[in-house]
Design a protein around this ligand. Structure first.
Ligand SMILES: O=C(O)CCC(=O)C(=O)O
Length: 263
């Protein structure tokens, strides 16, 4: 099975319908070379300090020969202002998350991720694996996006996904022929449902595969990335009301109050 693929000017309802049915979809042409360069330049000093795991432990979630940094709201104005609130991502969030979270959704994780030469296949997992309270298939609590800074190819670690697995029961295991690669040109975005099995592919090439992951969750769940720790008050003061809300700094009904005289 191939992952459904759409151009950026496709009506959003076509994209979200395919996403809900197949569990994943690629949208091409969402980010031009200038934007990609801005993201890469803003994150370069942080990426250069990121630790590369040299010794791979196959039982570990993160494969060796990969680099990962988080806190992108603090570290990249371009990710914050353009990628996070992108109209197609917002439409995807509205369609997949609002039915279970009618007062809004929030950022769940921001991460930039480089998969290096020699990196193995990542263990297949679901973004919603922390929410063990709900039996599989879970209600939609998360939707994920991967913004391709470089081409994603079969040989350089393109994300592997199992279409349809967001609707599977606990005991169904993916067979090799059910796993597909999200090959896509730089500037594309892969969206997938939080209940979908996926993981980074192996990189047998000489290139580093570079992507930015932005995930979003129902407004009432605990965010996976602790934005209150990863966004210092000086950076928070620079954020627009829209970004503050989406980053999780606004209340969801009674959740998240604070006393402004304290901080
Ligand atoms: O890098 C990828 O393609 C997927 C990474 C991922 O799913 C993760 O690290 O949680």
């Amino acid at each position: 099975m191939l992952i459904p693929r759409y151009a950026a000017n496709t009506p959003a309802t076509e994209i979200t319908t395919a996403l809900e049915n197949f569990g994943c979809v690629v949208v091409t042409g969402l980010m031009d070379a200038t934007l990609r360069q801005s993201v890469t330049d803003e994150l370069a000093p942080h990426m250069s300090r990121a630790r590369v795991i040299e010794d791979d432990d196959p039982s570990q979630f993160y494969p060796g020969r990969t680099k990962r940094i988080t806190a992108l709201v603090t570290r990249s104005a371009t990710v914050t202002d353009y990628l996070i609130p992108h109209p197609i991502s917002r439409k995807v969030c509205e369609t997949t998350l609002l039915p279970n979270s009618e007062h809004g959704y929030q950022l769940h994780v921001t991460a930039a991720l480089e998969v290096g030469p020699g990196s193995r296949t990542q263990i297949l997992h679901r973004e919603e694996d922390s929410f063990t309270f709900f039996p599989l298939p879970r209600p939609n609590l998360i939707v994920a996006s991967m913004w391709a800074m470089t081409d994603f190819r079969s040989d350089n670690g393109a994300t592997l996904l199992v279409p349809g697995s967001h609707k599977w029961p606990e005991d169904r295991v993916a067979t090799n022929d059910e796993i597909v690669e999200a090959e896509m040109p730089a500037g594309s975005v892969l969206y997938w449902m939080g209940g979908l099995l996926h993981g980074a592919g192996a990189n047998t090439s000489q290139d580093w595969r570079y992507g930015v992951i932005l995930t979003y969750s129902a407004g009432w769940v605990r965010q996976e990335e602790n934005q209150y720790m990863n966004v210092p008050v000086e950076r928070l003061a620079e954020l627009s009301p829209e970004i503050k809300q989406i980053a999780g700094f606004e209340m969801y009904r009674a959740l998240g109050f604070h006393d402004p005289s304290v901080s």
